[in-house]
Design a protein around this ligand. Structure first.
Ligand SMILES: C[S@@+](CC[C@H](N)C(=O)[O-])C[C@H]1O[C@@H](n2cnc3c(N)ncnc32)[C@H](O)[C@@H]1O
Length: 270
């Protein structure tokens, strides 16, 4: 078992999670009802909606580190039925769960693949978009991952990143966080380092947006919701385990202390 499997694969008990979803939403859950468990990034479904507005219809999309597939289901829910959407994730139990959740929701045509984002099993020019939402943060060899992305993207394609970066006060970083129970699972870098890596691999930077302030507001609202007496049916703890409340509060502190930043970066290859 790799350290990533240990972190993400440990609590993903497929039957328990499916039973919980079916009991709470017997008619089939909507993307909004699933969001607490399948939008495992800072900013939740609103951030995903914003990200998806960058993608044209009828595209070939590869998502690296797709987790439980919330972004793909939202994409199809937003009427982009004709797209080819490949969910790729290194953690097999999450992929199994993604596939099982698909069977509970409106049918769509995403494919789900267990593979490493540092070695993509696709040919040159296979995709119009590569999307990474809080997954580059787990990847140690970012140079290799970006080389692979550049190879599989079409020359007019786009890489869209929604990622966590080191903030100016990274020394105050607290663990555990949702992507890393301990520091050696986390591979955050600074914005400057990310932009240099992208340029070294031949990418041109189209835009960079800082989403930190809205991420902090979102995280603060999640803490308020979690403290209410009536608990929601689905919570991230179902997937990430009982430490999730500490992870969530650490994310809030890390954002407030400027230990981490949230950015969206759009880049084109070659
Ligand atoms: C924080 S989760 C985010 C999941 C999903 N993008 C979301 O926002 O809900 C990070 C995901 O990246 C995946 N991941 C980590 N390292 C990876 C790698 N080398 N290749 C592919 N996926 C990876 C993990 O298994 C996990 O599902």
């Amino acid at each position: 078992m790799t350290s990533i499997d240990e972190h993400y694969g440990h609590f993903s008990h497929l039957d328990t999670i499916l039973d919980t979803i079916q009991q709470a939403y017997p008619e089939g859950p909507s993307p909004f009802q699933l969001a607490p468990i399948d939008q495992l990034h800072i900013g939740g479904i609103k951030a995903s909606d914003k990200l998806l507005k960058r993608i044209d219809k009828a595209s070939r999309i590869l998502e690296i580190g797709s987790g439980l597939g919330g972004l793909s289901r939202l994409y199809y829910h937003n009427q982009h039925k004709e797209a080819l959407y490949v969910c790729l994730d290194i953690t097999h139990p999450l992929n199994r769960l993604n596939s099982a959740i698909n069977h509970l929701t409106a049918p769509h045509s995403s494919s789900i693949l267990t593979a490493d984002g540092q070695s993509l099993p696709f040919d040159y020019d296979s995709f119009d978009y590569v999307v990474m939402q809080h997954s580059l943060l787990n990847i140690p060899d970012k140079k290799k991952a970006l080389q692979e992305i550049s190879r599989v993207l079409s020359p007019n394609g786009q890489l869209i990143l929604h990622e966590v970066l080191k903030g100016d006060d990274y020394a105050s970083m607290r663990f555990p966080v949702p992507w890393a129970s301990q520091p050696d699972h986390s591979h955050l870098i600074e914005e400057e380092a990310l932009l240099s890596l992208l340029k070294e691999q031949g990418f041109t930077i189209g835009s960079i947006e800082d989403w930190t302030q809205e991420a902090l507001l979102w995280r603060t609202r999640q803490t308020e919701k979690a403290n209410k007496v009536q608990k929601p049916a689905l919570t991230p703890a179902l997937v990430l385990g009982p430490d999730f409340s500490v992870m969530g509060s650490n994310v809030q502190k890390n954002l407030a202390d400027n230990a981490i930043r949230i950015v969206e970066v759009i880049a084109t290859p070659r």
